[in-house]
Design a protein. Structure first.
Length: 129
């Protein structure tokens, strides 16, 4: 028996919205399958279906709320970071200092890009004047 190795690249990770959509679709498919395959002599009470759907709707709403809060925090960080431009900044160890020319937001946090081209992660220990 011959086995050939195939190199594959991993699929990109789905976004939170895509995961929520997949979860919602899976929930509806399961709910429909449950309705189709219920015991005719002992049918499920309609209020149980409504309760299941309401519970799922609450979870979905909480996920959307979290997404909106994340967007709000990002917008707030951007607005606050814009106030750093033109100000003097010094790293906690004093090795990097200068005037902030621009600010770049990353998943790590705001990075102050100085006029000399160096960059400094704005965080604990950093002095801004």
């Amino acid at each position: 028996m011959q086995v050939n190795a195939n190199a594959t690249s991993p699929a990109p990770a789905p976004t939170a919205t895509q995961r929520n959509a997949m979860d919602y679709d899976a929930f509806l498919k399961l709910l429909i399958a449950e309705m189709k395959n219920q015991d005719p002599l002992s049918p499920t009470n309609a209020s149980e279906y409504v309760a299941q759907f309401a519970s799922f709707a609450q979870v979905e709403q909480a996920l959307k709320t979290n997404q909106k809060l994340d967007e709000l925090l990002s917008a707030s960080a951007l607005a606050q970071s814009g106030g750093l431009i033109g100000r003097q900044i010094v790293s906690g160890d004093g090795m990097i200092s200068g005037e902030v020319a621009s600010v770049r937001l990353t998943s790590e946090g705001p990075w102050a890009v100085l006029k000399d081209g160096s960059a400094l992660l704005v965080g604990p220990g950093v002095t801004i004047s």
